[in-house]
Write a protein that binds this ligand. Structure first.
Ligand code: FAD
Length: 436
C-alpha cells in the first residue's frame, strides 16, 4: 500500500519503520523544516520498550540515557534535599527510571531507523493541505476510492491510507473527525534547556513553591540542564490568563507570564528564568487529554489518528511516548495483516480494539492528580513533604524496595504480527545513538 503519515514525532517514525518492514511504501510529511531534538524526559517502558528493542534501537536508547541518578526533593529554604529516591537497578523505588531519554532524542533515534530506508520518504517543511477521495481512480477490488492528498508543496498524490500522527492539536483531526473530548487537567508546563552549573548534581530535583508552583531541573546526556516550570492556576482569572498565553503560541507572552509568576518562587527560580529567555528551545504545554470516540474517520475509513493526535494522556501520565510507540507499531501491524480485497477500515478497527482498553486505563488519572503534587498552601505543602519524606525513608530499606515491573509487559501484552517476525527481530541492527 501507499501510506502517508503526517508528523515525524514519536508515533509517525515508529509506524513508518514497521510499515516499511511489511513492504509498504511510506511518505512522512513533517511541518518542521529541520528535525530538532526538542522536549524533555519521557518514559519508554513495558510493551513500548519491547517495540524499540525489536527495532534494534536498544543500544541507541541506552547511549542517549540522560544519566539521571535519581530524584530528590528540595527543602523550602532551597538549601539541599529533605528526601532522596536514588535510582536502584531492578527496583521501582525512584521516579527516575533506567531508560530516561529526552523526547527529542527519542524522536530523532526513531527517525534515524528509517532515514535511509528506500521505502520511506521524508518531506520536511511540508504539511497536508487537503484530503479527499480520488473518485477518478476508483478502488481496487470494489473497495472505496483511495485518497487524493494535496500537499503544501503543491503536489497532489494518491494514497491508500493516511496516518495522522501530528500531535495533540492535529489540524487533520479537526477537519475529518468529530470534535474530541478534551479533559483539562488545569495545569501548564514550560520546558527549556539552560547551562549546567555546579549546583546541578545529576539528580532530578523538584522544588515545591507555594501557590501551586513547581520548579524542576534534570540532567541530560548533552551536558546541559533541562529546566521546567509547572503551574496550576488558582482561580478563574488566573486560568483565563494562562489559557490565553497557551493558546497565543507566543513565546514572548508565555515567557513574560512565567517571569511574573516565578520571580519570587524561591530556590533556583531566578537562574531558570534568566536561562529560559536565552534558551534555544522552549516548549509550553497545557495539560489536556484528548479522547476520541473512534480513531478512524467514518467517511472514507482510510484516515486514522495515532499517538497524541488520538489519545494524548498528558505528561503527568508518564505514558505519552509509550502510547505513541505502541500505536505506531499496532496500526502498522494491523495494516500489514490485510489481505487482498480488505479495506484499511478493518485494520483501523483492529488497531483500536487492541489498544483502546490500555489507553483508557492510562488516561484514567485520579481527579486529585496533578493537584496533590502542586500544593497551594503551606499546610498542603507540609503534608506532601511529610508523605514524601516517609516514603523515601521506607523505600531506602532494600527489603521493602519493590521489583522493577516497568520494563516487562505485565501492563500491556504486545501483539505479534507475522509480517514483522519474518527475518527474526532486527536485534542486530545497530543504530548510532548519536544520530540525534
Ligand atoms: C516539541 C515537543 C516537545 C515535547 N516535549 C515533551 C516533554 O518534554 N515531555 C513530555 O512528556 N511530552 C512532550 N511532548 C509530547 C510527547 O512528544 C507526546 O506525548 C508523545 O511522544 C506522543 O508523540 P506523537 O508522535 O503522537 O506526537 P508529537 O511528539 O507531538 O509529534 C507530532 C509531530 O507532528 C508534527 N506536526 C504538527 N503539526 C503538523 C502538521 N500540520 N503537519 C505535519 N507535521 C505536523 C510536529 O512538529 C511533531 O514533530 C512534546 C511534544 C512536542 C511536539
Amino acid at each position: 500500500m501507499r501510506i502517508i503519515i503526517s508528523g515525524a514525532g514519536v508515533a509517525g517514525p515508529t509506524a513508518a519503520f514497521w510499515l516499511s518492514k511489511a513492504g509498504h511504501s511510506v511518505t512522512i510529511v513533517e511541518r518542521a523544516s529541520v528535525l530538532e531534538p526538542i522536549g524533555q524526559n519521557i518514559d519508554v517502558d513495558g510493551g513500548a520498550l519491547r517495540v524499540v528493542q525489536k527495532m534494534g534501537l536498544h543500544e541507541g536508547l541506552k547511549k542517549l540515557n540522560t544519566t539521571e541518578i535519581g530524584t530528590r526533593f528540595i527543602r523550602n529554604d532551597g538549601k539541599g534535599a529533605y528526601a532522596s529516591l536514588p535510582l536502584v537497578k531492578g527496583r521501582t523505588v525512584s521516579p527516575t527510571s533506567e531508560n530516561e531519554i529526552l523526547r527529542g532524542d527519542l524522536a530523532m533515534l526513531l527517525c534515524s531507523a528509517t532515514r535511509d530506508d528506500p521505502n520511506v520518504r521524508y518531506l520536511l517543511g511540508t504539511t497536508i493541505e487537503k484530503i479527499g477521495e480520488d473518485q477518478g481512480a476508483g478502488g481496487e477490488g470494489g473497495l472505496s476510492p483511495p485518497l487524493r492528498v494535496q500537499l503544501s508543496n503543491g503536489d497532489s498524490e494518491i494514497y491508500d491510507a493516511c496516518i495522522v500522527a501530528d500531535g495533540q492539536w492535529s489540524r487533520i483531526r479537526k477537519e475529518h473527525f468529530p470534535a474530541p473530548t478534551v479533559v483539562d487537567k488545569n495545569a501548564y508546563i514550560a520546558y527549556f534547556t539552560i547551562p549546567r552549573t555546579s549546583v546541578d548534581q545529576g539528580w532530578w530535583e523538584l522544588y515545591h513553591s507555594l501557590g501551586s508552583r513547581v520548579i524542576s531541573t534534570r540532567p541530560d546526556a548533552q551536558g546541559t540542564t533541562r529546566g521546567c516550570f509547572m503551574k496550576m492556576p488558582l482561580n478563574k482569572e488566573e486560568k483565563a490568563v494562562w489559557e490565553k498565553a497557551s493558546r497565543s503560541g507566543s513565546r514572548e507572552a508565555q515567557n513574560s507570564l512565567l517571569k511574573e509568576t516565578f520571580q519570587d518562587a524561591g530556590w533556583e527560580s531566578k537562574r531558570l528564568l534568566e536561562g529560559m529567555v536565552d534558551a534555544r528551545d522552549f516548549y509550553f504545554q497545557a495539560l489536556k487529554q484528548i479522547r476520541m470516540p473512534t480513531w478512524h474517520d467514518e467517511t472514507t475509513g482510510r484516515i486514522a489518528c495515532v499517538g497524541d493526535a488520538a489519545y494524548a494522556p498528558t505528561p503527568i501520565s508518564g505514558s505519552g511516548a509509550v502510547l505513541a510507540i505502541l500505536g505506531g507499531y499496532i496500526i502498522a501491524g494491523e495494516l500489514s495483516q490485510l489481505q487482498a480485497g480488505q479495506h484499511p477500515r478493518e485494520a483501523f478497527e483492529a488497531y483500536e480494539r487492541n489498544l483502546r482498553p490500555y489507553v483508557e486505563e492510562v488516561q484514567n488519572l485520579p481527579s486529585f492528580v496533578p493537584g496533590v503534587m502542586m500544593p497551594r498552601t503551606w499546610w498542603q505543602r507540609t503534608l506532601l513533604q511529610n508523605v514524601i519524606w516517609a516514603f523515601a525513608k521506607f523505600f531506602s530499606i532494600p527489603y521493602f524496595q519493590p521489583k522493577e515491573t516497568r520494563h516487562d509487559e505485565s501492563a500491556f501484552k504486545l501483539p505479534l504480527y507475522p509480517a514483522f517476525e519474518k527475518e527474526g527481530e532486527a536485534g542486530s541492527r545497530m543504530v548510532d545513538g548519536n544520530a540525534a
